[in-house]
Design a protein around this ligand. Structure first.
Ligand code: UDP
Ligand code: MG
Length: 317
């Protein structure tokens, strides 16, 4: 019998978890004649009673297992911990807040079983319930990253996707410290079916993503999957140099033809500030890449598990 592993990152989800567990269990029980399953809850250093709730669930249901981090490592680390520990032939990541409807699972399994695809990914076709400015930035982000990288991300893509074992092994092999899963999923290739669905609002608790956190995540995503910003810095520099040479010729010619009344102080200052700005901006871009390289070379673990009820769990990786 084939096994499904569901990875559920949880950060302060004490209210949503019982609802999620009930719903997802009822869906998976309905498939129990064909599939075995395991639930891997990752407690990402929650500050509320999430761990207690998880222990309760695990006690009542042997399918529910948990890994509890020593602190908050972020959703990316939580997903990685899930992938490295999942035993299933099919593996999926799901949010604990019911924004990834468990009712889609049977349909996703069917598509995978047909053999035509290696993964079924979901995308939101609507963004109702989200501030318009946020949606606008999200769209802009997808447009930019698809242009300048080979990450290949669909607008509205969620992390919720069901994958075959081969894909999960490929994801685990990408052990980079700066993880951007939406990009990693696209980068490894394989055949993906995109399943659209209407946005669902979270059942309880609130989102952990502020606008700034999302913006930083977006910039990280671009830097992780594209070298284009570096080229912008160098081509920008070249262009400015050429402009400067043209200006120099212009000034020399003007001096020879019209003499040299002292003027142009204001414009000189403007140009100095402008060039200074461009230089700092370019150095900033390089600094971003250097900082990423710095973190990668340190080779720190992605996560540290403090507590778990899984026997052979990978606790540090
Ligand atoms: N999450 C996590 N660690 C974090 C932030 C979030 O494990 O540092 C989990 C969270 O519990 C949820 C999922 O990631 O299951 C998605 O988070 P959220 O619903 O806040 O994001 P949104 O759906 O608003 O984008
Ligand atoms: Mg959510």
């Amino acid at each position: 019998m084939k096994k499904i592993s569901l990875i559920v990152p949880c950060y302060n989800e004490q209210e949503a978890l019982p609802i999620f567990h009930r719903e997802v269990t009822s869906v998976l029980q309905g498939l129990s004649d064909k599939y075995d399953y395991e639930l891997i809850y990752i407690n990402d250093g929650s500050k509320d009673k999430t761990l207690e709730v998880l222990k309760g669930l695990a006690e009542a249901d042997s399918k529910a297992t948990y890994l509890s981090f020593s602190r908050n490592f972020g959703k990316e680390a939580a997903m990685y911990a899930g992938f490295t520990n999942a035993k299933g032939d099919y593996v999926a990541v799901m949010d604990a807040d019911m924004q990834d409807p468990p009712s889609l699972i049977p349909q996703m399994l069917e598509i995978l079983e047909s053999g035509e695809y290696d993964s079924v990914a979901t995308r939101r076709v609507s963004r109702q319930g989200e501030p318009p400015i946020r949606s606008w930035f999200a769209r802009l982000f997808y447009r930019i990253i698809n242009k300048i990288s080979d990450a290949d991300i669909v607008d509205g893509a969620r992390d919720f996707r069901l994958m075959k074992r081969e894909m999960v092994d490929a994801i685990c092999s990408m052990s980079e410290y700066n993880r951007f899963s939406k990009g990693i999923f696209g980068w490894i290739g394989f055949r993906t079916y995109w399943l659209p669905y209407e946005n669902v609002e979270r059942v309880a608790g609130e989102t952990k993503w502020s606008f700034w956190k999302l913006l930083k995540y977006a910039i990280d995503g671009i830097i992780n999957f594209s070298q284009v910003p570096l080229s912008i810095a160098s081509w920008g520099g070249l262009l400015m140099t050429m402009l400067a040479i043209l200006a120099l010729i212009f000034i020399i010619v003007r001096r020879l033809v019209f003499g040299d009344p002292v003027n142009g102080w204001a414009s000189t200052i403007c140009i100095v500030i402008f060039i200074g700005g461009i230089q700092l901006f370019s150095m900033g871009i390089m600094g971003q890449y250097m900082a990423k390289t710095y973190m990668e070379t340190k080779n720190r673990p992605h996560y540290i598990v403090a507590e778990t009820n899984r026997e052979d769990a990978t606790k540090i990786k």
